[in-house]
Design a protein around this ligand. Structure first.
Ligand SMILES: Cc1cc2nc3c(=O)[nH]c(=O)nc-3n(C[C@H](O)[C@H](O)[C@H](O)COP(=O)(O)OP(=O)(O)OC[C@H]3O[C@@H](n4cnc5c(N)ncnc54)[C@H](O)[C@@H]3O)c2cc1C
Length: 505
């Protein structure tokens, strides 16, 4: 593995989002001195917090999976997740509600889910689900250490027996077709393939290998931290500070000072911080601007669809909503076409509705409730631009509200007492390319070793981390990206010694 050359005692990490915090903990664990510079007044980045009218509103991720990656970050400095956060497993992980009035609760437990599938769609589909579950488990095992949790120096690294295993599992086919191979019920196919949207690609075009997200969501389990999702970055930052990291909040990095091919200092709007190496976690355009060059790519980068988020603090709730409810429209393929190709708003939307106060009522004032509605929308490259969104936003809010009232939440408009609307205008204002917080899409040419690399030509002591680089978008993946960036600086982590059966320490 290529690592940063020369002295690497003091590292400056730019950005206290989840990637930056993970990188910080892993660097501290390897004995490095770390300074974290963050333009916001606290940690979290996209996993932010908005406090308004007594509501504590998570502004970013709501679905937390793979807590062992969080544990790994804490463990780097000898800390424990259980001492920092209370993670509540969600059951159901999701509730899927369909346009025909049916609904399915997605359980993490295999037997419970098989029973639910049987009741929902019959015995043959339940058998198909059992096979699908085994396939997802195998797919995850083959991919995780080799292709996701790995620093790539060259695509040739793919040439490993696990690649043949992945091919044998059908990982290079199309996601939707592969899921259909196990479950033919159209509604079930959606439940196990909609996650492709997290990767920014329609299920009909996404690689089947991306079913690994369905593994994380539907098998590994979905959790919610007490205190809200923002409690996660807050806990990671507290752990890092106690382990010796210096945090500089409220400072924007404006340039990097260089000597030849090395960065020698990070310059903010307030001070100059000398460093031996730098980890850059802002969105790619900002990172490349700071570095003074963007790598040449044969094709321009394509970005994921964006999202409109409606935050609603209400004086009532709708108990049929689970913590996470996916309200599917009748339309499906055309919805993805609208989002990714036509650049139009969904004509028959599929929505993620999160009701965090179902699990933690303290996130709202006594007797009140919080709802977070995520409506995917085209990014500004293919769809309406920022100027159009300024007018479109309030209109779309009204349309969404009408649709929610018609489907899951009658009386929503009258129940709202605190409201926030986030559109591509806001994502653009935060510096996110193409008006999307979901970064570069996970198309084949932008996946694994073909995704923008975490090392950049021309600068020997700068490493990228975060959702734009490897392995990609999402809480689990950016935690990994922080660890991978740290390894570029500290060298590979020691290979755990095999434990021999039958021996005692
Ligand atoms: C609305 C939404 C919903 C999501 N839902 C989910 C979900 O349910 N599950 C899931 O797994 N993932 C989800 N994601 C994705 C996940 O949250 C992100 O991929 C992840 O949080 C990105 O982390 P990051 O560290 O790469 O980037 P960021 O969080 O953006 O961190 C980068 C940091 O750098 C700082 N910065 C930028 N420029 C500068 C500068 N010049 N100087 C100093 N600091 C700077 C920024 O302020 C920011 O704090 C969601 C994201 C959003 C936005």
């Amino acid at each position: 593995m290529i690592t940063v050359k020369g002295p690497v005692d003091h590292v400056v990490v730019v950005g206290a989002g989840l990637a930056g915090l993970a990188a910080t903990l892993h660097l501290l664990g390897a004995g490095r001195r770390v300074t974290v510079v963050e333009r916001d007044s606290g940690p979290g980045g996209r996993a932010g917090l908005l406090e308004s009218g007594g509501y504590r509103i998570d502004t970013g991720p709501t679905v937390l999976t793979m807590p062992d990656l969080v544990e790994e970050a804490f463990a780097a400095v000898g800390d424990r997740l259980a001492d920092r956060l209370e993670l509540i497993p969600l059951d159901p992980a999701y509730r899927a509600r369909f346009a025909d009035g049916t609904q399915l609760d997605v359980h993490t437990d295999g037997a419970a889910m098989e029973a639910a599938v049987e009741q929902f769609a019959g015995a043959r589909q339940a058998v198909g689900y059992r096979r699908l579950r085994r396939w997802l488990e195998r797919l995850y095992r083959v991919q995780m250490r080799r292709f996701i949790d790995a620093n790539f120096d060259s695509p040739l690294q793919l040439a490993h027996p696990d690649l043949a295993r992945l091919a044998a599992l059908g990982g290079f086919g199309r996601l939707d077709a592969r899921i259909g191979h196990f479950v033919s019920d159209e509604r079930l196919r959606r439940v196990f393939s909609f996650q492709a949207l997290y990767a920014g690609v329609p299920p009909a075009r996404a690689l089947a290998a991306y079913a690994v997200i369905a593994y994380m969501d539907t098998i590994a389990g979905v959790y919610f931290p007490k205190g809200g999702m923002h409690a996660l970055p807050r806990a990671l930052a507290d752990s890092a500070a106690e382990a010796g990291a210096a945090f500089r909040y409220g400072q924007t990095v404006t340039r990097l000072e260089r000597s030849g091919d090395r960065v020698t200092a990070v310059v903010t709007d307030q001070e100059r911080i000398p460093c031996d190496a730098v980890v850059l976690t802002p969105d790619l355009p900002i990172a490349y601007r700071l570095l003074g060059r963007a790598p040449h790519r044969p094709l321009p980068l394509r970005h994921s669809p964006s999202a409109v988020i409606l935050h609603a603090g209400t004086d009532r709730t709708w108990p049929d909503l689970a913590h996470h409810t996916i309200s599917f429209g009748a339309a499906w393929k055309s919805t993805f076409r609208e989002l990714t190709r036509a650049g139009e708003l969904m004509s028959d939307p599929s929505l993620l509705i999160t009701r965090p106060t179902a699990t933690d009522p303290t996130l709202a004032p006594p007797g009140k409730h919080l709802h977070y509605v995520l409506a995917p929308c085209p990014n500004t490259e293919v769809g309406p631009g920022v100027r159009e969104w300024r007018e479109l936003g309030p209109r779309y809010r009204d349309e969404l509200l009408a649709e929610l009232e018609r489907r899951e939440m009658p009386g929503l408009g009258a129940a709202i007492e605190e409201e926030g609307l986030v559109t591509p205008v806001d994502w653009t204002a935060q510096g996110h390319a193409a008006g999307t917080p979901f970064s570069v899409a996970h198309t084949f040419p932008q996946t694994g070793p073909f995704r923008p690399r975490n090392l950049v030509r021309g600068t020997v002591n700068a490493v990228l981390a975060g959702c734009g680089t490897t392995p990609g978008v999402g809480v689990p993946t950016v935690l990994i990206s922080g660890k991978l960036a740290a390894e570029r600086i500290t060298g590979p982590r020691p290979v755990p010694r095999p434990v021999r059966r039958g021996t005692t320490a």
